[in-house]
Design a protein around this ligand. Structure first.
Ligand code: SF4
Ligand code: SF4
Length: 150
């Protein structure tokens, strides 16, 4: 049985919720919140820097800020506690509960076609599950825990 800390981060599909932009307790939200705080009232300065530095990149600041705000507003508590905000068609979460497995590779029907994923996510799901099956959940987690998800 994997440690509960690992289970709170890895969904039954194997994706790492803790590196997801929508995860409330994730690095992306945390760092975005810090960046937003550090930028303070940069809006005014961004406008000035367009002329002062003759740099058009600063014209894009309002759009950048929209994305930054989006990241700071992440609310998801992770797959095992919340409903996924990204993959609405995912069937793995409910199915793994029905099959009483923590991860799909532990299921007798793996690999199945009941996941509900598109072809890209299916490929990723297969790679992750096969890796976990081979090296074990703990070793897999140690290997990927600091890697970006994107
Ligand atoms: S459940 Fe979905 S939206 Fe939530 S953190 Fe995990 S992958 Fe991201
Ligand atoms: S049937 Fe498929 S989706 Fe459901 S737990 Fe087994 S491998 Fe995962």
């Amino acid at each position: 049985m994997p440690h509960t800390d690992i289970l709170s981060k890895l969904g039954p599909c194997g994706l790492n919720c803790s590196k997801c932009f929508a995860y409330k307790k994730g690095e992306i939200r945390k760092l975005s919140t810090e960046l937003k705080k550090n930028l303070g009232n940069f809006d005014v300065y961004a406008e000035r820097f367009v002329e002062l530095l003759d740099e058009d990149d600063f014209k894009k600041y309002p759009n950048f800020k929209i994305m930054l705000n989006h990241f700071t507003n992440a609310t998801c508590m992770g797959c095992r506690e919340d409903s996924c905000k990204l993959f609405k068609s995912c069937k793995v979460k409910q199915c793994s509960k029905n099959k009483s497995v923590n991860f799909c590779f532990e299921c007798s029907e793996f690999p199945c076609s009941n996941h509900g994923f598109d072809e890209h996510l299916e490929k990723r799901w297969l790679v992750i599950q096969n890796k976990m099956k081979k090296v074990g959940v703990e070793n897999y987690f140690m290997e990927i825990k600091d890697q970006t998800r994107y």
